[in-house]
Ligand binder design. Structure first.
Ligand SMILES: [Mn+2]
Length: 441
């Protein structure tokens, strides 16, 4: 049984320790984190689905808008919890959650009252989007140097955060099992998605990101968000996660059925092998772009072995000539946490300096994490092989290396779209923990 109280206690104490360090370095006395207010759609009185300010979510699992957290070194953090008497909207009651004892909590019924309950705000720094309230106080708003520091600390996940991500993977795995079954029985994208949601007992707005449920050629549209009702696809690419206390899993699987070309099925199984190898290479000290490069070399090898490329075993040249990038235009992975593309992947240090793109090659342009793996930094590992008509046609028409591609096979494979396999992995000790495969082998 997970002891959430003790995990959370350790987590919040680390937050306090880090915040104290940042406040001292930047000469502030207190840190204010606002859960935030919902966005209105343009020229409309409808709100977009609400998401908490990630800095607030990092400290507090409470859901919903307007709550405000104040931390002053040496004091217990203060949570001013927004709990209005409102018959227009529903608001989650505070109740007695496992994390409540770590805060001094005041419940108030209006946003004005929240801002009146904060006490001394001399040398306070505020991070959040409710700036119209913050502006009425004489405080620093959205200080970039403070944000850079807090973003940096967010890279390193506490045991509490890793447990949340593990639970999010457990939920996601349930959805993926249901989706696979639906696909194999001929379901449409729409039906597969609904089976996914049903299995994890969620609605769309509960998901950490808009899921991709793509049959056949739609899998080659990297951020495909359609929900086509056409049934009986040959290939399913599903990229869908689940959320747990603000932390999201990010999981992708690709399946082919008996109508799928055997060559494409072989590509799926090779991509799966490659993905598992890359996952087991994850460990602290590894420069992430070099794993991205290894992935491209292995993709060149797979494509040559299956007759799709004619490069005489010269994989490195193939990737420097930009051939593998047509088949894998996105990065190998990204950091994962409260945000699905968690912040800080291109940050060098807590001061916010950008990480050098090293080597500054076209291959790395789409890579969202260009740093070195460290213990407890959670990343996704998501190699793929796609047959994207736009990229293939451009290459065929304009590139001097066009003759290195077997265009006959490409024509045969285009109708099946693309392949991506993705797990969430964290360096632990001298190895790693794969948070996804524990539930979705
Ligand atoms: Mn991902």
């Amino acid at each position: 049984m997970t002891n959430w109280e003790s995990l959370y206690k350790e987590h919040i104490h680390k937050r306090m320790h880090d915040a104290e360090k940042a406040l001292t370095a930047l000469n502030y006395r207190s840190l204010l984190l606002g859960a935030g207010e919902p966005f209105l759609y343009f020229s409309d009185d409808n709100n977009a689905p609400f998401r908490s300010n990630p800095h607030f979510a990092h400290w507090c699992p409470a859901k919903g808008p307007h709550h405000l957290l104040k931390f002053e070194p040496g004091k217990k953090p203060l949570l001013v919890y927004y709990s209005p008497d409102d018959y227009w909207h529903a608001h989650e009651k505070l109740g007695n959650p496992f994390w409540a004892s770590e805060f001094d909590i005041i419940e108030v019924g209006s946003v004005d009252k929240i801002w009146e309950s904060l006490g001394d705000l001399n040398y306070a720094v505020f991070l959040g989007n409710e700036t119209k309230y913050a502006q009425t106080k004489n405080i620093k708003i959205n200080c970039e140097l403070m944000e850079a520091r807090l973003n940096w600390y967010r890279r390193f996940k506490s045991n509490y955060e890793i447990q949340c991500l593990s639970e999010a993977n457990k939920m996601g795995a349930k959805g993926h099992f249901a989706a696979k079954e639906a696909f194999l029985s001929g379901a449409s994208e729409y039906e597969i998605h609904m089976q996914y949601l049903n299995a994890i007992e969620c609605v769309d707005t509960d998901l950490p990101y808009t899921g991709i449920v793509a049959l056949d050629q739609n899998g080659a549209i990297l951020h495909y968000h359609g929900r086509d009702k056409k049934r009986n696809g040959s290939v399913l690419l599903i990229d869908s996660g689940a959320s747990y206390y603000h932390y999201g899993s990010d999981i992708t699987r690709t399946y082919g059925n008996k109508n799928c070309d055997p060559l494409f099925l072989e590509l799926i199984s090779e991509t799966e092998k490659l993905q598992k190898n890359l996952c087991s290479a994850v460990k602290k000290g590894l420069y992430f772009p070099s794993l991205h490069e290894q992935c491209h070399i292995r993709i060149a090898e797979i494509l040559e072995n299956l007759g799709i490329l004619k490069i005489s075993g010269d994989y490195e040249t193939a990737l420097h000539d930009g051939i593998t990038k047509i088949f894998l235009p996105h990065g190998l992975g990204h950091m994962l946490g409260i945000q699905v593309h968690d912040i800080g992947g291109k940050q060098l240090d807590e001061l916010g300096h950008p990480a050098p793109q090293n080597p500054p090659n076209i291959l790395y342009r789409s890579l969202r994490f260009v740093g070195t793996l460290e213990e407890s930094v959670v990343v996704t590992i998501e190699p793929g092989i796609y047959f994207i008509p736009t990229l293939l046609n451009q290459f065929k028409q304009n590139n001097k290396h066009a003759d290195k591609i077997n265009w006959g096979l490409i024509e045969k494979l285009i109708p099946f779209g693309g392949i991506r396999i993705e797990d969430d992995v964290v360096p632990i000790g001298n190895g790693q923990r794969n948070l996804t495969r524990e539930y979705l082998p």
